[in-house]
Design a protein around this ligand. Structure first.
Ligand SMILES: Nc1nc2c(ncn2[C@@H]2O[C@H](COP(=O)(O)OP(=O)(O)OP(=O)(O)O)[C@@H](O)[C@H]2O)c(=O)[nH]1
Ligand SMILES: [Mg+2]
Length: 222
């Protein structure tokens, strides 16, 4: 049984090159849960060697991995972060603060690119459009649907999230807003990833993300 204050869920698909740095940046006393589904590289071994709890999820999909990590968590607070070294887990400390203090139930990191190459234009445009639709659907004043977030474990489980693909991060915000959660957004630096892109760096991944999120927004509008 872990005694960590915060469990950090890191969905991981072929990130062996990024994991050593990412796991080395974890705040003191926090635990990494790397959720691997179908990596063909040495991600699982590298993650275990760097002290992470490795969870294997059979179902493909970003949401399936994120949710398996949440279900494996035991700490009172859970954070989410990508495993591609585009974001620094050390920055989660600032995001966790309002949640741990009791001033918010959900805090998200608003991605702030550190270089021009960090965020491809088509991904940034899609994100602006989605954030706008999300604001309209939920009334939550957010500018980004990035990977970094912090909330309580029990609260997140209580949201009963169903999406297991790219809509998971959006569904979390919509359900949290319906539940009356105080949702805040804080800046978080966003750097070019290490390794090959899987979602927004590819047209196919972006299309799927837009499909999944549009469906959730249509449902929210009803
Ligand atoms: N377990 C699991 N992890 C995934 C899956 N798809 C993506 N990931 C991981 O989720 C995180 C986000 O995926 P990325 O490929 O970085 O997607 P992105 O941030 O939208 O786009 P890029 O950084 O441009 O590639 C990374 O840590 C990936 O390894 C999946 O199907 N299963
Ligand atoms: Mg990424």
């Amino acid at each position: 049984m872990s005694t960590a204050l915060v469990d950090v869920v890191l969905p991981c698909l072929d990130e062996e090159g990024a994991l050593p740095w990412v796991l080395g940046r974890l705040p003191e006393g926090w635990r990494a849960i790397v959720v691997d589904n179908g990596s063909t590289d040495a991600s699982a071994r590298v993650a275990a060697e760097h002290g992470a709890l490795v969870v294997t999820e059979a179902r493909r999909g970003f949401g399936a991995a994120a949710h398996a990590g949440l279900e494996a968590a035991t700490a009172p607070w859970v954070a989410f972060c990508d495993a591609d070294a585009s974001m620094d887990p050390a920055d989660l400390v600032a995001l966790a603060e309002p949640v741990l203090r009791g001033d918010a139930e959900l805090v998200l990191g608003r991605r702030r690119p550190t270089t021009r190459g960090a965020w491809p234009l088509h991904a940034r445009l899609a994100n602006v459009a989605l954030a706008h639709l999300m604001r309209r659907a939920s009334g939550v004043r957010l500018h980004d649907l990035g990977p970094m977030r912090v909330a309580s474990r029990e609260g997140l489980l209580g949201l009963d999230l169903r999406d297991r693909r790219s809509g998971y991060p959006l569904e979390m915000v919509l359900r949290a807003s319906e539940a009356g959660w105080r949702i805040r957004e804080l800046d978080a630096p966003y750097a070019p990833r290490v390794g090959r892109s899987k979602v927004t760096g590819t047209i196919r991944g972006t299309r799927r993300a837009i499909q999944d999120m549009s469906r959730l927004l249509r449902e929210a509008g009803r």
